[in-house]
Design a protein around this ligand. Structure first.
Ligand code: FAQ
Length: 336
């Protein structure tokens, strides 16, 4: 942000607990920064609800990256060549990195990683619905790259312009990496599609299973999206769920044609008047069921995550001991 919005330092008390006058002044400064398309930074005053919304969305995003490692990691040991294995390992490691940037962005809002992980493990915070579907064949790795990463990019490129600085900046790097992920998925599916009839059928089957859940990634329809209006007013979100979903469909149709694969929707057709594709109805009952924890893999994903966390306890303890050793001298004094 260019101009100071009551920085949270010496005068933090004024902004939160102070008189009504000072609070209004901070609100006006906050609104002006958002209106000018500048960035809110961690030490700036911000409404409590803005902070809470960011923590909710960033945490859900971070959890999605971490849980999202599981479906593809399932295929690392069975990748069909060394080249494919190296690419897949790099991709899954990237997802871990994205999770870490995002937890760091949430930390700048005053919410620690331990607290967020605890909420994920106890089911009090969500992760993307898409990662509750199984990866049944090798072609699913391609479908995830093409469709899931493709949907993620469509949703996340506008987040590079999010009004909260640390989130927006994290998204710039994440989008570059997601772009590579999307292309590797496309290239993998293309190889299968041009392969034997069995390989082509495997690619088609994967696209048939991942298409509709990918459209659900964008969230509920606009009329049912409880957070969109406020998040768009704060310029956290720049487009509505339906707008981005439609943009994604428009991108995928010609790509599916080049791949020689069919999108599993008989209602999909170009609407000249609208300048977009029309598409068939999405099964929102399935979406709500997955969100309630009843998707095909919800239980498996969370159980695996909790185990991984427990198994990693010794790493966290060792890292903390190492850090303590290097921040205190022999006398136990904190080094400057
Ligand atoms: N799954 O009012 P809205 C990736 C919840 S990263 C689960 O519309 P909002 C990379 C929503 O939280 C994928 N829950 O909410 C990768 C809210 O519930 P709450 C993750 C969903 O926040 C690729 C309620 O429904 N990306 O894939 C979903 O304004 C390959 C009402 O919804 C992000 O998180 C859903 N699909 O809009 C990794 C991007 N949709 O919180 C590995 C950032 C909605 O009140 C492999 N997030 N809900 O309990 C966003 O852009 C937004 O949060 C939306 C939802 C658009 C997802």
């Amino acid at each position: 942000m260019a101009t100071a919005v009551g920085s949270v330092g010496a005068d933090a008390g004024d902004s939160v607990g102070g008189g009504a006058g000072s609070s209004t002044e901070y609100e006006r400064a906050f609104d002006a920064v958002v209106a000018a398309d500048e960035r809110i930074e961690p030490r700036d005053w911000m409404p409590d609800a803005y902070r809470a919304t960011l923590v909710r969305q960033i945490a859900q995003h971070a959890h999605s990256e971490i849980i999202g490692m599981q479906p593809e990691a399932n295929w690392i040991t069975r990748a069909p060549s060394l080249r494919r294995k190296a690419i897949l390992m790099a991709k899954v490691q990237d997802e871990a990195g994205h999770g870490l940037y995002l937890y760091s962005a949430a930390e700048t809002l005053g919410t620690g990683r331990d607290e967020l992980l605890d909420k994920l493990h106890s089911g009090r915070q969500k992760y993307s619905s898409i990662f509750n579907y199984p990866t049944l064949t090798w072609a699913d790795v391609g479908a995830i790259g093409w469709l899931v990463d493709g949907a993620a990019i469509t949703n996340q490129v506008p987040l590079c312009r999010c009004s909260y600085g640390p989130y927006a900046r994290a998204m710039v790097r994440i989008c570059k990496e997601e772009s590579f992920h999307q292309r590797q998925g496309y290239e993998l599916l293309l190889a299968l599609s041009r392969g034997t009839p069995e390989q082509h059928a495997m690619a088609q089957d994967a696209v048939d299973r991942w298409w509709w859940p990918s459209l659900m990634m964008f969230g509920p329809p606009d009329g049912e999206s409880q957070h969109s209006a406020q998040s768009m007013a704060w310029k956290i979100k720049r487009h509505s769920n339906d707008e981005l979903r439609r943009r994604f469909v428009d991108i995928c149709v010609p790509q599916a044609e080049s791949l020689g694969l069919t999108l599993p929707d008989p209602d999909l057709r170009w609407n000249e008047e609208q300048g977009h594709h029309d598409f068939g109805p999405i099964d929102w009952t399935e979406f709500r069921d997955v969100l309630k924890g009843n998707g095909p893999c919800n239980e498996e994903r969370l159980t695996r995550r909790r185990h991984a966390h427990e198994e990693g306890a010794w790493v966290r303890e060792s890292a903390a001991a190492y850090a303590a050793k290097h921040t205190t001298g022999e006398t136990g004094a904190i080094r400057p």
